[in-house]
Structure formats: structure tokens, C-alpha cells
Design a protein around this ligand. Structure first.
Ligand code: GDP
Length: 370
């Protein structure tokens, strides 16, 4: 499963700063609207304190965290759907990611050009959203013109498709991103509809997490701009996180202990990047399970509801093919009792079959035979 997340926003809002902090990759940070022309891709480890707790029990040779890929998408400007700025190139990159982190500028700085004059989170969000929606509208209209004739000739399948497409078009024209109107589609909708939707690959259907990028001094309480971002997110049923890109890049340059000290001085309990990554995790409805032994303690990412046999397949196709059973302990039990032995003795280890839906925090040993 390619787990990737695009970082999106107007030019000069702090995307590259954030991306750099996330990946410490040294992408080109500069006061120039199109400094990240090619998308920069970075792999980010998902911080999870449970790995250290498991390592304290197993003393493994190796600890492996799970990861998310971040793509820094070049700045979008008004008119991108018509080819302005990096227009179509930009929108092509949006198509390639699973989810979006939408960075909104919540800092005043006369030195840093704002492409549309002054800072205004509501307008900025709308510009991005509008371009994405216009592109989707184009996609839907092209499809409508393809099925229209067939629908008029009375073909029932084409007629049904046409009706759905027309309702998508109306919603998009009303400014509603696809992710929001999709939430309103009844569960009784025909399966052809989801096939149609994935075929269309609508950009505005992707899950969005808003990042309010505030100055250092506003990182605890936010400011009038970030309040606006949170209001908009709440009204749309999306999530938002408060981050100071500047602080994050300073933290990223520090070692673990120094970073913790710095965070404490600022009055923060964890870095904004941890919160961001956790937000993306929630956004994509992801869960973590663990494998643990003397060789390695490792975290694995799965989608909510993934069955034991598919999870086994993530580790190795042989394990899925020869799957016998999964021996499952709860992370909490293991840590509370201090080891697999006591968990077993207390009867807290369960044997599960192929269809067992893994839960977040399961520590799993797969028995298999090939
Ligand atoms: P991008 O175009 O969205 O990728 O923006 P960048 O990350 O390249 O940032 C553009 C400029 O804004 C750079 O000079 C950053 O140092 C600066 N910048 C980023 N975040 C902040 C912030 O929170 N406060 C201030 N004053 N400047 C920032």
C-alpha cells in the first residue's frame, strides 16, 4: 500500500519549510513562489512510543517504525485548472497522492510576499479548493458528454450513470468538494457508483487535513488567522492542526534529548510534526500492529478492518499463503505484565484465524507453513 500524503497550499505559505522539517531533506526553501517545481518526495517515520516500550521487553537488535511518504507539491495559484502557474502539472501531482495536507498561511511578514496581497485564510483556502473543484468539474463534464447520447437513446445503465454524473456536476458547481458530497451518498447506492467514482479519480474526493502555519509566538494558542482555519475545518467536518513551521524546522535539527528540552521550554508536550503525522493517520483511517521478537520490534501500517491474512501478506506473501493462525496479544497486556510468558499464563493470548480483523496495538505472531 502506497501511503502518501501531498503537501498542498498557495506559494509562500510554508509548505517547503514544513516538508523540510518532516524529512530534513533540505528541499529548496526560498522566498520565491515556484521554488519547488518538481515535487519533492520524502519518507517520514511515524513516531510511536509503543515501539520503545516493546523494545524494553524484547531487547531486539533492530527497531523499525512504520512510515508515510510526503510529497511537497509545487505552489498552486488562481487559474491553475486553466493552466496558470504550474497548473496541470500541479493537479497531476494531486491525483497521485492518497491524502492532502493543506497548509494555510497564518503569519504576517512583510518580507515574505503573499501571492494575493495580504493574509486571508478563508480566501486562500477557497482559491485552492476552487481550482481543484474546477478540474473535477472538467473531468465530470467530459464524462457526461461521453454517456449523454447513450443515455438519451434509453440505455438504462447509461441513464443511471448520467443521473449520478449530473448530480456530481451540480454539487461541484455549487462549490461542494467531492469528499463532502460523497459523505451524503446513501449506503444503498449501487456498486457501479463506486466503480464510476474511482474511475473518475476526483481530486476533491481526497481527504484533507488543514495545517495552520502560525508564527513561533502563537504556537500554543493560535491567532485570529488560525482560528479562522479551525472554524472552516469544523464547518466542513475536517480536521486541522496548529503548527509553527519555523519551530518544527528548529526541532528537526536537534537531537532527541535536546528536542525534548526545547519542546518543554515552549510548553509543548509533543512536536507539531507528531500531531501532523497522527492526524494523517486518522485521516486515512490507518491502524498500527506490531511484530516483536529478539531480532526486531516493528510497527506495520494497515487500514482499519484489515484481516489477519492480508496483514500477514504485508510482511511476506509466503506468510499469507501458508497462514495457519495468528497469535495475538494486546500491547497494553504485554507492557503491563512485562512479557509474552505472563500474558500466555494469564490466558490473554488469543489464537485467531484468517478473518480476524486486526486492531490497533495488536502484537502478532503469525504461524504459517509453506
Ligand atoms: P512554500 O512556497 O509554501 O513552500 O513556502 P516556504 O516554506 O518556501 O516558505 C516561504 C518563506 O516563508 C520562507 O522564507 C520561509 O522561511 C518563510 N516562512 C515559513 N513559515 C514561516 C512562519 O511561520 N513565519 C515567518 N515569518 N516566515 C515563515
Amino acid at each position: 500500500m502506497a501511503l502518501n500524503c501531498g503537501i498542498l497550499g498557495l506559494p509562500n505559505v510554508g509548505k517547503s519549510t514544513l516538508f523540510n522539517a518532516l524529512t530534513q531533506a533540505g528541499a529548496n526553501v526560498a522566498n520565491y513562489p515556484f521554488c519547488t517545481v518538481e515535487p519533492n518526495v520524502g519518507i517520514v517515520q511515524v513516531p510511536d512510543p509503543r515501539l520503545q516500550a516493546l523494545a524494553a521487553i524484547y531487547h531486539p537488535k533492530k527497531i523499525t517504525a512504520t512510515s508515510i511518504e510526503f510529497v511537497d507539491i509545487a505552489g498552486l495559484v488562481k487559474g491553475a485548472s486553466q493552466g496558470e502557474g504550474l497548473g496541470n502539472q500541479f493537479l497531476g501531482h494531486v491525483r497521485a497522492v492518497d491524502s492532502l495536507v493543506h497548509v494555510v498561511r497564518c503569519f504576517d511578514d512583510p518580507e515574505i510576499v503573499h501571492v494575493n496581497g495580504e493574509v486571508d485564510p478563508k480566501r486562500d483556502i477557497e482559491i485552492i479548493e476552487t481550482e481543484v473543484i474546477l478540474k473535477d468539474l472538467d473531468t465530470v463534464e467530459k464524462r457526461i458528454s461521453r454517456v449523454e447520447k447513450k443515455a438519451h437513446s434509453g440505455d438504462p445503465v447509461a441513464k443511471a450513470e448520467w443521473a449520478w454524473l449530473a448530480s456530481f456536476r451540480d454539487a461541484l458547481m455549487g462549490g461542494l468538494p467531492a469528499r463532502r458530497f460523497l459523505r451524503q451518498i446513501p449506503e444503498t447506492a449501487p456498486p457501479e457508483l463506486s466503480a464510476l467514482l474511482s474511475e473518475l479519480g476526483l481530486l476533491s474526493a481526497k481527504a484533507v487535513l488543514y495545517v495552520a502555519n502560525v508564527p513561533e509566538g502563537d504556537v500554543l494558542k493560535g491567532n485570529v488567522y488560525s482560528d479562522r482555519v479551525f472554524e472552516i475545518a469544523r464547518a466542513q467536518g475536517e480536521e486541522a492542526v496548529l503548527i509553527s513551521g519555523k519551530i518544527e524546522s528548529e526541532i528537526a535539527a536537534l537531537s532527541g534529548a535536546d528536542a525534548e528540552l526545547f519542546l518543554r521550554e515552549l510548553g509543548l508536550s509533543e512536536s507539531g510534526l507528531s500531531r501532523l503525522i497522527q492526524g494523517v493517520y486518522r485521516l486515512l483511517k490507518l491502524r498500527t500492529f506490531f511484530t516483536a521478537g529478539e531480532d526486531e520490534v516493528r510497527a506495520w501500517t494497515i487500514e482499519a478492518g484489515t484481516h489477519a491474512v492480508s496483514a500477514a501478506g504485508k510482511i511476506h506473501s509466503d506468510i499469507a499463503r501458508g497462514f495457519i493462525r495468528a497469535e495475538v496479544m494486546r500491547y497494553e497486556d504485554l507492557v503491563a505484565l512485562g512479557g509474552a510468558g505472563p500474558v500466555r499464563e494469564k490466558g490473554l493470548l488469543s489464537l485467531e484465524g484468517k478473518d480476524y480483523p486486526l486492531k490497533d496495538g495488536d502484537v502478532v505472531y503469525f504461524r504459517f507453513n509453506v
